[in-house]
Design a protein around this ligand. Structure first.
Ligand code: KIV
Ligand code: ZN
Length: 514
């Protein structure tokens, strides 16, 4: 089927992306990202690896139950129990895919799997047969294909296509290949495998040498018609190919690529910000397409050129990736209609009039502290819906930072209707505030990540804080934003604590005072 004009975009932010060290997401966050990917119009969403944990299974299931446009894919090793678990998670999906894989490089077969090449083929064929019994659409990946023996690769691919695989994904698992080499490999596979016309060829490139996007695009030029990628290039180690770079390259260089994607590129920025905010991984300012500077022009010569003709220094339009050119928008005198109009412009949705009211009152609070409200502020407000029904709420807080003394914080919380306060010292203002909260709420949690990102520039900018805490084996993320970063940190910490308290799968110790 190589030669079709549609380049299938297979997003693996929720699976390979989540494997980034320190990028775990909770179920609600995965659902939020899946909805954003569906809005972006990605063809396939790899939602997770259901056998890996109960949380992974539930996330894939809930995504499969609710997403109706994109195809939902679940990953499974070439093992019957993995495949059946994936099939179970996908059973209510409108469109589903089982993705099964086994390693094919000599080093992986000998050292990791301790299998002979014949055993690997047998397992792969068996896995694809079981997957086909459970799904119409089956993808097979020979893991570490980029370092596998060419003839062996062709042989296993021929056999899994005969067993019913409909997509063959060629991963450069360790990011070892060069663009010309990887593209040629794809072309050679397609022309050597006798039944290649019965499958779509895909690539999955890692970024260890910074070549993931180049390798993927070279493969597209050589016949690949699916690219596996992630928002912001998230992924195991140095990450995967960045979705936004693949999509915008193919769109911008239509003179070179004979295919295009179905992606609604105007939603790219929104998705990028959401993933960054949920994972707490800021996007570097000079990152292609979605970095803060990607469409900024600093030098006088460039600014002069842009004023005379945009094309002098811009090959893409900022609006096409979802950046609204005039980003300074609202202030404290702006009303409900202005906010609604702005949200529409930014493609932001709210679920009900009640949630809009909540957003509007948070917008007013922010406008009181910060005179100029930028698009980024509004996106942040809309992505981080605070739950007024939370059991634990911040009533007030104060911190004392005196360079000659240990930082000190006092917090007053509403814990299920009861007002309680506590104070503590710490190594810094945030540490002191968290210690004061821990005095009131003993949940035995471990803080795994604390990240602050400024949403806009200036000292009055909102700081967006992400915390990641571990409770038993469950990871929970908390988010908070405020112009005061200590308060943003406290809000993020309480957000995580409320999630733990509401999670039925967690045996949380009772909160003191309840
Ligand atoms: O990098 C890799 O090889 C993978 C496979 C599971 C496709 O992520
Ligand atoms: Zn991978």
């Amino acid at each position: 089927m190589a030669g079709t004009d549609n380049l299938i975009i297979f997003d693996t932010t929720l699976r390979d992306g989540e494997q980034s060290p320190g990028a775990s997401m909770d179920i609600q966050e995965k659902i939020q990202i899946a909805n954003a990917l569906n809005d972006l119009n990605v063809d396939v969403i790899e939602a997770g690896f259901p056998i890996a944990s109960k949380g992974d299974f539930t996330a894939v299931k809930e995504i499969a139950d609710s997403i109706k446009t994109s195809r939902i894919c679940a990953l499974a090793r070439a093992l019957e129990k993995d495949i059946l678990r994936a099939a179970d998670a996908l059973k209510n999906a409108k469109l589903s895919r089982i993705h099964t894989f086994i390693a094919t490089s000599p080093i992986h077969m000998e050292m990791k799997l301790k299998m002979t090449p014949e055993q690997v083929i047998k397992n792969a064929v068996n896995a694809v047969t079981i997957a086909r019994d459970n799904a119409e659409d089956v993808e097979f990946s020979p893991e570490d294909a980029g370092r596998s023996d060419f003839n062996f690769l062709c042989e296993i691919i021929e056999q899994v296509i005969n067993a019913g695989a409909t997509t063959i994904n060629i991963p450069d698992t360790v990011g070892y290949n060069m663009p010309h080499q990887f593209g040629e490999l794809i072309e050679k596979i397609i022309s050597n495998v006798p039944n290649a016309n019965k499958a779509i060829f895909s690539v999955h490139c890692h970024n260890d040498l910074g070549l993931a996007v180049s390798n993927s695009l070279s493969s597209v030029l050589h016949g690949a018609r699916q690219v596996e990628c992630t928002i912001n290039g998230l992924g195991e180690r140095a990450g995967n190919a960045a979705l936004e770079e693949i999509v915008m390259t193919v769109k911008t260089r239509r003179d070179i690529f004979s295919c295009d994607t179905r992606i609604n590129t105007k939603k790219i920025m929104n998705c990028s910000r959401l993933v960054s905010s949920i994972t707490g991984f800021p996007v570097q300012p000079n990152k292609a397409i979605v970095g803060k500077n990607a469409f900024a022009h600093e030098s006088g010569i460039h600014q002069d050129g842009i004023i005379k003709s945009r094309e002098t220094y811009e090959i893409m339009r900022a609006e096409d990736v979802g950046l609204v050119s005039n980003s300074l928008v609202l202030g404290k005198h702006s009303g409900r209609n202005a906010l609604k109009q702005k949200m529409e412009q930014l493609n932001l949705k709210y679920e009900s009039e009640e949630s809009f009211n909540d957003l509007f009152s948070r917008f007013k609070e922010l406008a009181d502290k910060k005179h100029e409200i930028y698009d980024e502020d509004i996106i942040q407000l809309s992505n981080n819906v605070q739950l007024s029904g939370d059991d634990i709420q911040l009533i007030s807080m104060s911190v004392v930072c005196d360079s000659s003394k240990k930082p000190y914080a006092k917090v007053t919380l509403d814990i299920k209707g009861k007002e309680l306060d506590s104070s503590a010292e710490g190594d810094g203002a945030v540490d002191a505030a968290f210690n004061a909260i821990n005095n009131l709420i003993d949940l035995n949690i471990d803080l795994k990540l604390y990240s602050v990102n400024n949403i806009t520039s200036g000292t009055d900018a909102q700081g967006e804080v992400t915390v990641r805490v571990l409770k038993g084996e469950v990871i929970v993320n908390g988010h908070g934003a405020d112009t005061d970063i200590v308060k943003a940190s406290v809000l993020a910490y309480l957000n995580a604590i409320n999630k733990i308290y509401h999670n039925p799968n967690l045996e949380s110790k009772k909160l003191s005072g309840i």
